[in-house]
Ligand binder design. Structure first.
Ligand SMILES: Cc1cc2nc3c(=O)[nH]c(=O)nc-3n(C[C@H](O)[C@H](O)[C@H](O)COP(=O)(O)OP(=O)(O)OC[C@H]3O[C@@H](n4cnc5c(N)ncnc54)[C@H](O)[C@@H]3O)c2cc1C
Length: 427
């Protein structure tokens, strides 16, 4: 095992973890993309903290009983121990380097941590192309560039796959007769990209983005410089910015039906919005909830005809047209209230529900990028036909680009065009 890491079995847990003054344990699995994303961070951190803290790895499937007894149900899971007692955070999923360091620093104490961190040496890497974002757009660009033998690094602040990985089913992506679970389609895309030899760095932190010099700082110590950059960071759900929204986000208010609909089995739900994603997501929620009320600002839905017909035929779905929410209030654990205003009369009324789903559009993910990128009036990046932005050598692809239709196929098309254009320039 590389770094200062010891791979152990359940039988060694008592001695190597509980018996040490300080220990960190990584429960990992094979064929697990977030485990792969963690492996190099874990290894490099073991080189920094490894003399003070025992770094241990345990194969979860091979040590199921131990994992279950510790409540470890997903891979990877990082657990921290001090004198045989669990301490700090329990980290799972796409684990960031800074989150691990926060817990390691707590174990060593701030003073010792500062001393250890003096040994972190900056790393400088050069590449032909640096891609920000591993959704369909970024992964497609990576596939084309990798196949053209162009040195490419893709960085994603989360796990690769973008929105596709959280979409319940995708039925309109060509090549599959049956609807595909989104996470599988995302998995195929990222595995295909990796198979071309590109370097994929997932769950990283990016800062100091300089588009003119084409450089970026990754995880606080690795500077990557590229000849070309592709921005493929997608977009995020637009908040309504209403009282109560921030407070109850993730705790009564959700922006992802695939993630949260299952918690509303036999309960009542309000969906805000009337476009494609609102109606498609309401139809999905209807598999679980007993009643869905769609609050929509216009007199008609904006979703495609097929989705509208399905929604109108669904007996669980009711509509409040020409209404807008004004405030969200929480009562107890599973009881929410929406104050909705009738846009024709101005009258406000209270609607009680168990949960609220908001689907009112998206905003481009451009936090941390310099302001001098050319944008349209909604903040989406403007490009030429080759996907190049106003900054030479910087391309923008996918949902964060100004365009009429945001779909997987259009994101994939953008990625293709940018990659072929770059390949021609670099070879
Ligand atoms: C609920 C829902 C259902 C959908 N269903 C369908 C469907 O059935 N069919 C269809 O064709 N389309 C569907 N879409 C639309 C489709 O998912 C998007 O058009 C597509 O995912 C856009 O791809 P993208 O690569 O541009 O962005 P995304 O998929 O959003 O990927 C962006 C990636 O960039 C990463 N990132 C963000 N910020 C940074 C940063 N600063 N640095 C590095 N990385 C960063 C993110 O972690 C993410 O992995 C759906 C969308 C939603 C929200």
């Amino acid at each position: 095992m590389a770094g200062k890491i010891k791979e152990i079995q359940a039988s060694g847990f008592e001695k190597e973890v509980l018996g040490k003054s300080r220990a960190v344990v990584d429960f990992y699995s094979t064929e697990c993309p977030p485990c792969e994303a963690l492996a190099s961070k874990y290894e490099s951190l073991s080189m920094i903290y490894g003399d003070d803290i025992s770094f241990v790895k345990i194969f979860r499937q091979g040590n199921r009983e131990l994992a279950e007894s510790l409540g470890v149900t997903s891979s990877p899971t990082l657990l921290f121990y001090e004198n045989g007692k669990p301490v700090g955070d329990r980290l799972t999923g796409g684990i960031k380097r800074s989150a691990i360091m926060k817990n390691l620093d707590r174990l060593t104490g701030e003073e010792r941590a500062a001393e250890l961190k003096k040994d972190i040496k900056p790393v400088y890497t050069q590449t032909d192309v640096l891609i920000f974002g591993g959704g369909p757009a970024g992964l497609t660009a990576a596939i084309y560039l990798g196949q053209a033998h162009i040195d490419t690094i893709l960085v994603d602040t989360a796990l690769p796959g973008g929105y596709v990985s959280t979409t319940h089913q995708v039925s309109n992506y060509p090549g599959f007769i049956e609807a595909q679970p989104g996470f599988m389609l995302a998995h195929y895309m990222s595995e295909q990209a990796k198979s071309t030899g590109i370097k994929l760095r997932a769950a990283v932190e990016v800062s100091n983005i300089n588009l003119e010099k084409k450089s970026v700082l990754v995880d606080g110590y690795k500077t990557i410089t590229a000849k070309k950059m592709i921005i493929a960071t997608g977009s995020s759900p637009r908040p309504l910015n209403l009282p109560g929204e921030k407070e109850y986000r993730g705790n009564g208010i959700s922006y992802c039906a695939t993630c949260d609909a299952k918690y509303f089995e036999n309960r009542e739900v309000i969906v805000i919005g009337g476009g494609n994603s609102a109606i498609e997501e309401a139809l999905f929620i209807s598999r679980f909830a007993k009643k869905i009320t769609i609050i929509h600002q216009f007199a008609e839905l904006q979703a495609n005809k097929q989705a509208q017909e399905q929604a109108f035929a669904d007996k669980k779905i009711e509509f409040m047209f020409e209404h807008e929410p004004r405030e969200f209030i929480r009562h107890g654990t599973m009881d929410m209230e929406v104050i909705a205003e009738n846009l024709k009369t101005g009258e406000r009324k209270s609607v009680r529900t168990n949960g609220i789903f908001v689907f009112v559009g998206f905003i481009p993910n451009l936090a941390g990028f310099p302001d001098n990128l050319g944008k349209d009036r909604w903040g989406y990046l403007v490009t030429d036909d080759e996907m190049q932005t106003n900054i030479p050598g910087v391309y923008a692809v996918g949902d964060l680009r100004t365009k009429s239709y945001r779909q997987i196929t259009t994101a994939v098309a953008d990625g293709t065009i940018a990659a072929i254009s770059i390949s021609k320039e670099l070879t």
